[in-house]
Design a protein around this ligand. Structure first.
Ligand SMILES: NC(=O)c1ccc[n+]([C@@H]2O[C@H](COP(=O)([O-])OP(=O)(O)OC[C@H]3O[C@@H](n4cnc5c(N)ncnc54)[C@H](OP(=O)(O)O)[C@@H]3O)[C@@H](O)[C@H]2O)c1
Length: 271
């Protein structure tokens, strides 16, 4: 059964491994044709061949480095022009190694390009067309670190906080125009991302590590439940709802015509 009622093509970024490859498998299993994006053309073709044989869907490979504007532009163009595409899974991402004080600014800049600029531009490229047809799905893969930046070093968590915030804004803007927005906040998931970041996933206690199949299946179940925010590991969604409710209660007091009393000088004016 389709998740949307129609079998739109899904464009999945970072589809050559881990979470993206698993999304590709699950969406193909449901009958969606696919456009697979990542840098490694060989791995994408191998996956496409396997999934086409397994699920009998059409799959196109679009190799691109999403940190490079010229290459990213080919993916944007595809999203603007290809009327069959109704799903965008913004999954490609990486965690630049090192702490902020290490000063690896080029690595951090590339991470911002991949984790922030690319998903924002790709969603933007697809939106006008999806709004016109009144239907579409944009899934952003953030991280549980979006709400727990203290658990991480470097700017990775901040890029994921951006994706959470961006998804909430996007939902508010286009949710009522037929666009389903979902942001997924996985915890530690066993994929190649850890090794690429110079870390050993097995250094974490076993009870905090989720296998990638279970993580993606949970995320798709969250989509089917109509969730805007899906946290695959969180046992009680009410805990998230309470957190959101506390945040929203701040809203009326975040902008006022006078500073709060604690910021007012107690030095008399004629002193
Ligand atoms: N695994 C976790 O514990 C975890 C937890 C929370 C969130 N996440 C998020 O989940 C998403 C998927 O990560 P993963 O765990 O599945 O890691 P992964 O196995 O390393 O996969 C990352 C994917 O992104 C692609 N990619 C990397 N750099 C790229 C670039 N410059 N241009 C285009 N594609 C690029 C990679 O393919 P190529 O190398 O072929 O380009 C690969 O397909 C990421 O956004 C990550 O931040 C992961």
């Amino acid at each position: 059964m389709s998740l949307t009622g129609t079998l739109d093509t899904a464009l999945v970024t970072g589809a050559s491994s881990g979470i993206g490859a698993t999304y590709a498998d699950r969406l193909a299993q449901r009958g969606h044709d696919l456009v697979l994006v990542a840098r490694s053309q060989d791995r994408l073709h191998a996956l496409a061949d396997r999934l086409m044989r397994k699920h009998g869907v059409k799959i196109h490979v679009l190799a691109a480095d999403l940190t490079l504007p010229d290459e990213r532009a080919r993916v944007e163009y595809r999203l603007q022009e290809d009327d069959s595409i109704g799903w965008l899974v913004n999954n490609a991402g990486f965690s630049a190694p090192g702490a902020l004080a290490d000063g690896r600014l080029d690595d951090i800049d590339a991470m911002i390009q991949l984790n922030i600029t690319a998903p924002t531009r790709l969603a933007g490229a697809a939106l006008a067309r999806l709004i016109e047809r009144g239907q579409g799905s944009i899934i952003n893969i953030a991280s549980a670190l979006a709400v727990a930046p203290e658990l991480s070093t470097g700017a990775y968590a901040a890029t994921k906080s951006y994706l959470l915030s961006y998804s909430q804004s996007l939902h508010r803007e286009v949710g009522h125009r037929g666009i389903r927005v979902q942001v997924v906040l996985p915890g530690v998931t066993r994929t190649a991302i850890w090794e690429r970041a110079g870390k050993d996933v097995d250094a974490f206690p076993e009870h905090v590590i989720m296998e990638v199949d279970e993580m993606v299946d949970a995320a798709l179940a969250g989509y089917e439940l109509g969730e805007l925010v899906t946290i695959p590991a969180l046992p009680d969604m009410d805990a998230w709802n309470r957190y959101e409710s506390a945040r929203l209660q701040l809203a009326p007091d975040l902008s006022r015509n006078h500073a709060a009393d604690r910021y007012k000088s107690d030095i008399p004016e004629d002193a």
